[in-house]
Design a protein around this ligand. Structure first.
Ligand SMILES: Nc1ccn([C@@H]2O[C@H](COP(=O)(O)O)[C@@H](O)[C@H]2O)c(=O)n1
Ligand code: CDI
Length: 159
């Protein structure tokens, strides 16, 4: 078996008047994430981790943030398309480990739903999708809820 590891990180500004999508799930908040797509920082970090594992550049290389085709796009579609590139190379998901940095709202109540959504798209078991959350202890822009940051590490396997 061949294994490959990848790492991804993504940041989006938070602002009133936008929706907040994390891991393919919409959270209730009086602010949301700003982006060319639906600005789902967790799904973007996961895409980058998967692409990085196979040295396939990054999400912006495949889905340009200046292309009108991707304006407001549901990032679940980008995750599905990224997974197709990985499958094309003969790989499947070993496991993912992710961390969401967000001052509020709480992510924990939504993690099971996020795991289900992501596992279904990536054709893997929910046990292979780890999602954790932490605040930024009120420190800097993340601590002032001005931005969200997500990290993802991904192991890919080829049997
Ligand atoms: N947006 C968030 C942030 C944190 N959590 C959960 O709360 C725990 C405590 O947060 P700390 O920043 O003090 O580590 C954390 O371990 C998470 O379980 C959350 O659900 N949503
Ligand atoms: C997702 C894309 C494309 O719509 O745009 P954004 O939503 O701005 O997200 P980002 O992570 O900044 O860049 C990646 C782009 O491919």
């Amino acid at each position: 078996m061949k294994i490959k590891i990848g790492f991804g990180v993504d940041v989006h500004q938070l602002r009133e008047g936008y929706d907040l999508f994390i891991g393919g799930v919409q959270l209730d908040a009086d602010f949301g994430a700003v982006g060319h797509s639906d600005a789902d920082a967790l799904l973007h970090a996961i895409c980058d981790a998967m692409l990085g594992a196979l040295n396939l550049r990054d999400i912006g290389f495949h889905f340009s943030d200046t292309d009108p085709k991707y304006k407001g796009i549901d990032s679940k579609i980008l995750l599905k398309d990224t997974y197709a590139l990985i499958k094309e190379k003969g790989f499947q998901i070993g496991n993912l480990d992710c961390t969401v940095i967000l001052e509020n709202p709480k992510v924990n109540p939504h993690i099971e739903k996020m795991q289900k959504v992501i596992a279904e798209i990536l054709e893997t078991e929910v046990e292979n999708i780890s999602i954790k959350a932490t605040t930024h202890e009120k420190v800097d822009s993340f601590g002032r809820s001005e931005a969200i940051k997500c990290y993802a590490v991904c192991l890919l396997e080829k049997h």
